[in-house]
Design a binder for this molecule. Structure first.
Ligand SMILES: [Zn+2]
Length: 307
C-alpha cells in the first residue's frame, strides 16, 4: 500500500465494511444468485496477486478461464455459483514473474491482455512518457488530460515529448510473450496495438488497432486470439462492431459489476472489478467482492479531502 492520507482513510473504511459483515453478505449474495465475479489488475506485485488468489481460494471461489466463461455465456442457462475470473491488462514486464509464476503455482487460469507495439519495439507505454514529462514540468497535461483529447493531438504531444525524454521499455518482450503464451494457465488477449483511447480515434485507426493487434498477436504466439479488453475501458457500438468483424468472441470493459445472465446478450461488454496496486488489501477485498462503491458518500468524502 502506498502510504498517504487517502489510502489510510480508505483502509479504515474498508476495515469497517469488513467488520460489519459486508463481505460475507456480498459473498453469499453472489453465490446464491449465481453471479460470476470478474476482476482485473495491471501490474500487481507477486505478493498482491498471490494474496488475491489465496483469498479467493480460501473463500470457496472457483477460478474459471475466459474460454470457459464464453462457453457458459453462450451455451448454459445455469451459471456456476462461485466462479471468479482474473484478467490482467497492458502486458507489463513484471507480469512474467509476478503473475505467470503464481498462476502456474496455484494452477489457475489468467488472461493477459497485451498491447502489441511496446512489446514488439521495446518502447515504454505512452503514459509513462506523459507522467515523466509532467513530473519534470515539461508539460502541464496529465495522463488523464491526454485521455480526453482526440487521438491525433495526443500523438503529437507524445512525439514531441519523445524527442526530449528517453525511457526504458516497461512491457514484456516478444520472447517473453511467446514463452508465457505456452503456459497452461495463461491465455493471451488483445489490448490494441498502441493503447489509444479508442473512442477518440478515427474509424480507420480504431479498426486498425482492433484488427491488426489480433493478427500481430496470432502471428507471434501461433494461437487464435479471441479475447479483447478495451484500453481504459472506453468503447462504443463502433468498437463492438469492429470486434465482431475482426473475429473476437468476447470483450471486457472496466465497468465495476458482477457478470450476470444479461451478459449472455452482451458478450462484448463483460464487466470487471478493479484491483489497484497501491491501496490496502482490505480495500481490495472490498473492491473484488463488489462491496466498494466509488459512489458511496464516505468514499467520495475521503477522495475529496485526501486525494
Ligand atoms: Zn490498459
Amino acid at each position: 500500500m502506498k502510504i498517504n492520507l487517502r489510502n489510510i482513510g480508505a483502509w479504515f473504511y474498508a476495515l469497517y465494511l469488513i467488520r460489519i459483515g459486508k463481505i460475507k453478505k456480498a459473498k453469499s449474495y453472489t453465490f446464491n444468485e449465481n453471479l460470476i465475479t470478474s476482476v482485473y489488475s495491471h501490474n500487481p506485485s507477486k505478493q498482491l496477486f498471490e494474496k488475491c488468489v489465496k483469498w479467493f481460494i480460501k473463500n470457496g471461489y472457483e477460478f474459471i478461464s475466459v474460454e470457459k466463461l464464453k462457453e457458459i455465456l453462450i451455451n448454459e442457462n445455469i451459471f456456476p455459483s462461485s466462479a471468479v475470473i482474473f484478467t490482467i491488462d497492458d502486458g507489463w514486464k513484471n507480469n512474467v514473474s509476478n503473475i505467470v509464476t503464481i498462476a502456474e503455482k496455484y494452477n489457475i487460469p489468467v488472461s493477459i491482455f497485451t498491447t502489441t507495439q511496446p512489446i514488439l519495439n521495446g518502447d515504454a507505454f505512452w503514459w509513462s512518457y506523459i507522467k515523466k514529462a509532467h513530473e519534470n514540468k515539461l508539460i502541464k497535461n496529465t495522463v488523464n488530460d491526454l485521455k480526453l483529447i482526440n487521438d491525433e493531438n495526443r500523438i503529437k504531444i507524445l512525439e514531441h515529448i519523445k524527442l526530449k525524454i528517453k525511457l526504458k521499455g516497461d512491457a514484456m518482450s516478444k520472447e517473453e510473450l511467446i514463452k508465457i503464451s505456452k503456459c497452461k494457465s495463461i491465455s493471451i488477449g488483445s489490448h490494441t496495438i498502441t493503447h489509444p483511447i479508442l473512442t477518440k480515434c478515427t474509424d480507420t485507426k480504431s479498426k486498425e488497432e482492433i484488427l491488426e493487434s489480433k493478427t500481430i498477436l496470432e502471428n507471434c504466439i501461433r494461437k487464435k486470439v479471441i479475447q479483447f479488453a478495451y484500453p481504459n475501458g472506453n468503447y462504443s457500438i463502433r468498437e463492438m462492431n469492429f470486434l465482431k468483424e475482426s473475429g473476437y468472441e468476447i470483450a471486457f470493459t472496466t465497468e465495476n459489476s458482477y457478470i450476470n445472465k444479461s451478459h449472455k446478450n452482451k458478450i462484448y461488454e463483460i464487466p470487471r472489478f478493479n484491483i489497484p496496486e497501491n491501496v490496502s488489501f482490505a480495500e481490495n477485498i472490498c473492491r473484488m467482492t463488489g462491496v466498494w462503491s466509488e459512489k458511496s458518500n464516505l468514499v467520495t468524502m475521503i477522495k475529496k479531502i485526501w486525494a
